[in-house]
Unconditional design. Structure first.
Length: 369
């Protein structure tokens, strides 16, 4: 594995034993932090494991790399099958990279971490914590971390440098009309054998010219509709979809950085939380996705019982690259579907995955036109 990063002479790959030595003494552990200039740590998972479980984790992403064939086992399963009670480091690291297949992905991850070290460290830290929290507790932690990063230099630099990536509506094109969430009860399309009992509520995201970019108004209207659905015991099914070429292309970039009060923004996210409501209504909800499912466009559906994706669906979590973390519930919902390590891989790389990969991971439940 020594030749893999020959282009970077400063890059050191630690063995599990070396990692344990680095982070065990309190002051040394503090040195392995983004605050002290340590953006990430690389661990060679093919080296012999240690019998000792580290007492703490460094305040930066820990990336495990391996050239061993993927057995198909989860990290947890691997850790349980270790011999002689060895601590299985692969279950402990923030993500595992399979080489050489994922070398390009690793380079993307390292680039993101290098450009946004504070956001990357915060992201993996939140994933570590929310893994053992309830949904409501996890959403609280995520929102506090998100608000903190809104005041970070990394996010402010991204804001000042970004080009206008939100396409303007051409003068000859009709702007979106009507509410940003279309609500209908018992629409004719669902009065069939597919949904044969009880009332059905359909919620359609309705900003097609903006590819259903998730804005504050959409959040509020969706939360209002879901609150009413929560109180209506006669509803048996809730179907969420998106109008136009994409289910949801992520947060509306024109609204990024507009809040002048991070504390108020945090409380607003918790008070008007579609994520928490979808989680409460989970068993009744089917989400039909297509096209771009970016950021909130997969974070919110991941709380639902069933996600049906069209073959052209594409999924990504680009927020860490902005200097933020997923802020629509993704650090809570997505790990519950695909695990903490795959969530870290998706968020730290910013790379997109197609419907087939999403299905293999369990991010979606079915691919269907």
């Amino acid at each position: 594995m020594s030749n893999i990063f020959s282009q970077s002479a400063s890059l050191k790959i630690l063995s599990p034993a070396e990692l344990f030595i680095l982070i065990t003494p309190p002051m040394v552990a503090e040195d392995q932090s983004v605050v002290s200039g340590q953006s990430y740590l690389l661990v060679d998972l093919d080296q012999p494991a240690t019998r000792n479980m580290p007492t703490s984790k460094p305040n930066c992403p820990v990336i495990g790399i391996t050239e061993r064939p993927n057995t198909g086992k989860s990290s947890l399963e691997s850790s349980r099958s270790g011999s002689n009670n060895e601590f299985e480091i692969s279950a402990w690291v923030d993500l595992v990279i399979q080489l050489p297949e994922e070398q390009v992905l690793l380079e993307q991850i390292v680039a993101t971490i290098t450009n946004q070290p504070l956001a990357a460290a915060t992201f993996v830290g939140v994933l570590r914590e929310t893994e053992n929290l309830s949904i409501s507790q996890g959403l609280m932690v995520e929102s506090l971390a998100y608000s903190t990063l809104q005041n970070s230099q990394g996010f402010r630099t991204w804001l000042s440098n970004r080009s206008n990536t939100v396409a303007q509506v051409p003068a000859t094109e009709t702007a979106d009309q009507g509410p940003v969430v279309l609500v209908e009860r018992n629409p004719r399309a669902y009065l069939n054998a597919q949904i044969s009992h009880g009332d059905t509520l359909t919620l359609m995201l309705n900003r097609p010219t903006k590819r259903n970019a998730f804005c504050a108004a959409m959040r509020d209207e969706l939360a209002l509709a879901l609150n009413l659905a929560l109180a209506d015991k006669s509803l048996a099914h809730i179907v969420i979809s998106g109008r136009g070429s994409a289910f949801c292309a992520g947060g509306d970039l024109t609204e990024f950085g507009q809040s002048q009060d991070a504390a108020l923004a945090h409380l607003t996210r918790l008070t008007r939380s579609p994520a928490n409501l979808i989680a409460q209504l989970r068993e009744k909800i089917l989400v039909r996705v297509h096209g771009a499912c970016i950021g909130a466009g997969i974070e919110l559906p991941a709380f639902a019982n069933t996600i049906s994706a069209q073959p052209n669906s594409v999924f990504a979590l680009p927020e860490v690259g902005f200097g933020l973390i997923p802020g629509a519930g993704g650090t809570v919902s997505i790990p519950r579907r695909i695990g903490r390590q795959n969530t870290a891989k998706l968020g730290l790389s910013g790379a997109s995955i197609d419907a087939n990969q999403a299905l293999r991971w369990g991010l979606i439940d079915v691919i269907k036109d």
